[in-house]
Write a protein that binds this ligand. Structure first.
Ligand code: NDP
Length: 297
C-alpha cells in the first residue's frame, strides 16, 4: 500500500468558509453583521495566539470582532460583569472566554454565566444537554470539525464502529455523543477508551473509524490500528526537534508515518483537525447571528 488518503482540515474548512461567506452576506443585506467577542484573562502566550487567530478570521470573513483583555489580577466579579455586558450587547452574537483561566477563578461559574444563545464554544451545560439529546443550537467546535471532515471526505459513518480515545469534556465526550446521534455523519456504534481502559489496543483495533484526542505524542502505533481504518488525529503535541529552526515541531497522538501505511484515510498533524476548530467557531457565530435575526434555515 502506498499510504492512506489524507484528510486535510485546510481543504474542508475552505469549503465551509465559502458557505459561511454567503450566509454572512445575506445577514449583512438584512442589517446584521455577525459579531464575535473573545475575553482573554491574563497573558498566556498560547492563549494570545489563539485569540489573535480568531480575530483575524473574523476580519477575513467580514464579521465584527471584539477582544476584551483583562489583567491576570482581574477578579471573578470583574469577569462576570464583563460577561453580563456581552450577554446584553446586541452587536455581539457569540462570545467565549478563552480557557484556561488563572487559578483563582471559578471556570464553571464563568461558563454558567454565559447566555446559552451566545455560547459559541458550546460549553454551557444547557448546550451540552441539547447536544446530547440531539437538538443542538451549537456543536462544540473541535468535535464538530472532526465530524465535518468525515462528512465532507465522503466517509460513511452509519453502522461503523467509531472508537474515541480520550474522554475530555471538550473533545472525547462530545465527540462520542455526536457520533451516537441519529443522522448524517453519525449513526455510529461508539466505544470510548481512556487512561483506565484495560487492553486499549484490542479496542482500537476494532475501530472502523479511530478518533484520537489524548495529548500523547505518537501514542497510537500501527499495531493498534485495523487495516483500512479511517484515523483522525486531534492531538497536538510540541516535541523537541533540533533539526527544525524553532528547535521543536508539532506531532499528533498517532505515529503518522507507520499508521498511514495501514489506514485507508488519515488526518495529519499539523494540517489535519487544527484548522477546523476556528472554522466551526465561526460557523457557530454565524448560526448565533441567524438565530438572533430569526433567519429560518
Ligand atoms: P485532556 O488532557 O483534557 O484529556 C485527555 C484524555 O486522554 C483524557 O480523557 C485521558 O484519560 C486520556 N488519556 C491520557 N493519557 C492516556 C493514555 N495513556 N491512554 C489512554 N487515554 C489517555 O485533553 P484534550 O481532550 O483537551 O486534548 C487532547 C489532545 O487534543 C491534546 O493534544 C490537545 O492539544 C488536542 N486538541 C486539539 C485541538 C485542535 O484544535 N486540533 C482542540 C482541542 C484539543 P483520563 O480521562 O482517564 O485521564
Amino acid at each position: 500500500m502506498t499510504g492512506a488518503r489524507l484528510i486535510l482540515g485546510k481543504d474542508v474548512s475552505e469549503s465551509i468558509y465559502s458557505e459561511l461567506r454567503v450566509r454572512i452576506q445575506a445577514l449583512k443585506n438584512n442589517g446584521t453583521t455577525p459579531g464575535l467577542a473573545v475575553v482573554l484573562v491574563g497573558d498566556d502566550p498560547a492563549s494570545q495566539v489563539y485569540v489573535r487567530m480568531k480575530g483575524k478570521m473574523c476580519e477575513e470573513l467580514g464579521m465584527r470582532s471584539l477582544t476584551i483583555t483583562l489583567p491576570p489580577s482581574a477578579t471573578q466579579e470583574e469577569l462576570l460583569a464583563k460577561i453580563g455586558e456581552l450577554n446584553r450587547d446586541p452587536g455581539i452574537h457569540g462570545f467565549l472566554v478563552q480557557l484556561p483561566l488563572p487559578g483563582h477563578m471559578d471556570e464553571e461559574e464563568v461558563i454558567n454565566a454565559i447566555d446559552p444563545r451566545k455560547d459559541v464554544d458550546c460549553f454551557h451545560p444547557s448546550n451540552v444537554g441539547r447536544m446530547l439529546i440531539g437538538n443542538p443550537d451549537f456543536l462544540p467546535a473541535t468535535p464538530a470539525g472532526v465530524q465535518q471532515m468525515l462528512i465532507r471526505s465522503g466517509i460513511d459513518t452509519s453502522g461503523r464502529h467509531v472508537v474515541v480515545v480520550g474522554r475530555s469534556n471538550i473533545v472525547g465526550k462530545p465527540m462520542a455523543a455526536m457520533m451516537l446521534q441519529k443522522g448524517k455523519g453519525a449513526d455510529s456504534t461508539v466505544t470510548v477508551v481512556h487512561s483506565r481502559t484495560k487492553d486499549l489496543p484490542s479496542a482500537t483495533r476494532q475501530a472502523d473509524i479511530l478518533i484520537v484526542a489524548i495529548g500523547k505524542p505518537k501514542f497510537i502505533t500501527a499495531d493498534m490500528v485495523k487495516d483500512g481504518a479511517v484515523v483522525i488525529d486531534v492531538g497536538t503535541n510540541r516535541v523537541d526537534d533540533p533539526s527544525s529552526p524553532k528547535g521543536s515541531r508539532l506531532v499528533g497522538d498517532v505515529d503518522f508515518d507507520a499508521v498511514r501505511e495501514k489506514a485507508s484515510a488519515i488526518s495529519p498533524v499539523p494540517g489535519g483537525v487544527g484548522p477546523m476548530t476556528i472554522c466551526m467557531l465561526m460557523a457557530n457565530t454565524v448560526a448565533a447571528a441567524e438565530m438572533a435575526a430569526e433567519v429560518i434555515r
